[in-house]
Design a protein around this ligand. Structure first.
Ligand code: PLP
Length: 395
């Protein structure tokens, strides 16, 4: 029970910390994991294949390949895309570091393009001016669960003979103009990290329409060993394999897939709950000195991964970091998505980026706070967030 109490200033204080991004795990997952552990087949096996089939059917893509993270998926997708040293990949600076790091590990160079000030998604109108003869891939990120302008991005890619790898870590449930996210670009990467819309602890998936890429992702994700090497110790007897490519150790375990299989059954139910919370926040915060996330664009489905409030820091007199700290003192956990990558030491020093190079990403980066949005939140939890945020911003 989280009966709220009031502090000296009359602020409602939760007794227990509201953890940001707390996942919903139910009995079905716990039982399935137990069965898997008891079976002795802990690694890649039948549960991973079942999870891949379930996910592939949900997305409606011809192929879905499970891996141990979305980061692994991004890395392999770029390796499979044939990136060569020095090749450039266009992406957004308003993303998690994994997006840019995967480009670097695949031998490429991340080339940031500024985002739209309202949506936080890469601005397609700025992509063409960033193209060079070394550009090979466009890597859009569906920020917070809002689908990017895929028509414009796909058109630029087609015209310039580029591949499109999507970072859909936030966007499992997204749709864009009648097409499911995961069926538009060449390869799309999803995450099941603990804070994401569905979870497996650690885990990721790549969807694609091309059999050749699907085969390579599977193979490169398991040391580059020939197909079906994962079965080499099964009861069908030992199978010889050949190493075709110096691959990686990126395979998903059956323990992880056991959680994912049951999470997928509730993916749309969880989305519905997050939509309700979103609506409550929109109503409650309409008059505060903050910008609310804009409504979804017509003919798209927003996957509602992050509710990002942009503080009007010129009017609030408190900095974003101070606001976050004060919410924490009221037992409300929040996130920052993201400190723009061009402001981080490594990318700044390595690629010479200046803070003002991407004014929209910097604007968002300085003001954004992500409020709790997990499907697990109770009505009381949501009201605690509403009351605390309102109190702090209204003064
Ligand atoms: C979480 C996240 C990732 C990485 O996902 P993992 O499954 O943890 O590797 C990549 N990109 C974005 C935008 C993310 O939020």
């Amino acid at each position: 029970m989280n009966v709220p109490s009031l502090d000296k200033e009359g602020r409602r204080i939760r007794k227990k910390m509201l953890i940001f991004g707390n996942p919903s795990i139910e009995e079905d997952e716990i039982e399935e994991v137990s069965k898997t552990v008891r079976s002795g087949w802990l690694g890649t096996g039948p549960k991973v294949h079942q999870f891949e089939r379930t996910f592939q059917e949900y997305i409606g893509a011809p192929y879905a390949l499970a891996l141990n993270s979305c980061t692994a998926g991004l890395h392999l997708a770029l390796v499979v895309a044939g990136l060569r040293p020095g090749d450039e990949v266009i992406t957004t600076p308003l993303t998690f570091c994994a997006t840019a790091n995967a480009i670097i590990h695949a031998g490429g160079r991340p080339v940031f393009v500024d985002v739209e000030k309202d949506s936080g998604n890469i601005d397609p109108n700025r992509i063409e001016e960033a193209l060079t003869p070394r550009t090979r891939v466009i890597l859009p990120v569906h920020f917070a669960g809002r689908p990017c302008h895929m028509d414009a991005i796909m058109e630029i890619a087609r015209k310039n003979n580029l591949m499109v790898v999507e970072d859909a870590a936030h966007c499992i449930e997204g749709w864009y103009k009648g097409r499911k996210i995961g069926t538009i670009g060449d390869m799309t990467c999803f995450s099941f990290y603990v804070t994401k819309n569905i979870v497996t602890g650690e885990g990721g998936m790549v969807t694609t329409h091309k059999e050749g890429w699907a085969d390579k992702i599977k193979m490169y994700g398991l040391h580059g060993m020939s197909k079906d090497a994962w079965k080499r110790y099964s009861d069908d007897g030992f199978k010889h394999y050949q190493v075709i490519f110096p691959g990686f150790k990126y395979n998903m375990m059956d323990i992880q897939a056991s959680i994912g299989i049951h999470q997928m059954k509730r993916v749309d139910q969880y989305l519905k709950r997050r939509e309700e919370i979103w609506e409550r926040y929109d109503t409650a915060f309409a008059d505060l000195p903050a910008m609310l996330p804009p409504p979804p664009e017509p003919d798209t489905k927003h996957a509602r991964h992050l509710y990002t409030l942009l503080l009007d820091i010129d009017r609030t007199k408190t900095s974003r970091d101070d606001f976050q700290k004060r919410l924490y003192e009221m037992n409300i956990g929040t996130g920052i998505h993201f400190v723009s990558l061009h402001l981080h030491d490594y990318y700044r020093k390595t690629y010479g980026y200046q803070p003002d190079d991407f004014p929209h990403a910097k604007f968002i980066s300085d003001r954004t706070v992500s409020l709790p949005l997990s499907a697990k939140l109770s009505e009381d939890d949501v009201e605690d967030v509403v009351v605390s945020v309102t109190k702090l911003l209204r003064g």
